[in-house]
Design a protein around this ligand. Structure first.
Ligand code: FES
Length: 358
């Protein structure tokens, strides 16, 4: 553990509600990914998380402040840890993969998002987990949690990658696989295609055959998936066509802020949203009240300005002209002026909502 007197300069802008965290460890697990462990010091209680939650880094890249969110992959209660794949033209991922060193300080917004409901631990379950590439990060968090939460949870994990060199957090996966309750199927794209289910491109036929092996009626089943859109569509399609229906929960970068219990009466209703953006008005009809206004705009193909998607940067600030909205209940950044809302943090709360953005 580096001493604080040796700390290098802070990397990133400081904003309200960010916590300066010392980079405790940088582990380059594959040629193109890195695992970063942080030490939030006395703020550690604010970093206790639920599976699938992410933290947001406020970074200075060139002359601008940027926000990058990554899933926590550590066990709950241990130092926060993220695994980051280097992506082309990804300034944030390059900083983590190439420049970051132990002792650096990063400004970090504590965990947010909601993926895993606590009720899943009320009974023994068989989790079917599907991941591709860096989509493993929220999935490994669920796997770690489920193994600890109940001695009778069981997990089947399918993890697809281009080659063995691309498997992120391989050591952690191998350690988890010592449990008899976890079964891992690696699919590697660079292998020979043919009858072997574990090599070659994952397609409909191969995944359908794997599903026949995975499914069991011994325990209630729940599926989670995370990965590129093509992978998720394939999994959705195969799971839906299976003779035994299976609820599947998708991880999305557009993870919604946690839904408050008092919001439940609203969740099956829909709303119409009128958005005026730089003088142009569009109507979104039948938007789910489960989704934020930003998610509704994304789904409708409206390019609403947004950066952090976590209530920090205020890029998605809009004037509320009529109707009302329901706040996520989480205050991540500075307060919003009266009459304005953050579209990434608010859901429709009335049959019609009208907003205006500059
Ligand atoms: S996108 Fe940053 S506050 Fe909404």
């Amino acid at each position: 553990m580096p001493q604080r007197k040796h700390l290098r300069p802070s990397r990133g802008a400081s904003l309200p509600n960010t916590v300066p965290c010392v980079v405790h460890r940088v582990h380059r697990g594959t040629p193109s990914s890195v695992t970063v462990t942080l030490d939030p010091g006395a703020a550690m209680p604010r970093f206790l998380h639920t599976p699938g939650q992410r933290i947001t880094f406020c970074l200075t890249l060139g002359s601008s402040t940027c926000y990058r969110s990554y899933n926590l992959v550590n066990d709950v209660g241990q130092l926060p840890e993220v695994a980051i794949k280097k992506v082309a033209e990804g300034g944030g991922s390059a900083l983590f993969n190439e420049e970051l060193q132990p002792g650096d300080i990063l400004n970090v917004v504590p965990p947010s998002g909601h993926l895993y409901d606590a009720h899943l631990d009320h009974t023994a379950r068989h989790f079917l987990l599907f991941a591709a590439g860096s989509g493993i990060t929220p999935i490994i968090s669920i796997a770690k949690h489920a193994l600890k939460a109940r001695p009778d949870h069981r997990i089947t994990l399918l993890y697809a990658n281009s080659s063995v060199h691309d498997i992120m957090m391989r050591d952690e996966l191998e350690a988890l696989a010592h449990s008899e309750r976890l079964e891992v199927f690696h699919i590697l794209g660079d292998g020979a295609t043919g009858e072997d289910l574990s090599t070659g491109r994952l397609d409909h036929a191969k995944l359908s055959r794997l599903m026949e092996q995975f499914r069991s009626v011994e325990l209630p089943e729940t599926a989670f998936q995370s990965g590129p859109s093509g992978f998720m569509e394939l999994v959705d399609d195969v799971v839906k066509r299976h003779p035994i229906p299976l609820p599947i929960i998708r991880y999305s970068f557009m993870q919604q802020p946690h839904l408050h219990p008092q919001d439940h009466r609203l969740t099956d209703a829909t709303s119409d949203i009128t958005v005026t953006l730089q003088g142009h008005t569009k109507l979104i009809t039948d938007a789910s009240r489960r989704d934020t206004l930003l998610k509704a705009a994304d789904d409708a193909g409206i390019a609403m300005p947004a950066n952090c998607r976590s209530g920090i940067c205020h890029r998605c600030k809009a004037r509320l002209i009529s109707g009302h909205t329901v706040h996520s209940g989480i205050q991540n950044g500075r307060p919003v002026p009266k009459g304005w809302i953050l579209c990434c943090q608010e859901r429709p709360g009335s049959s019609h909502v009208q907003i205006e953005m500059d």
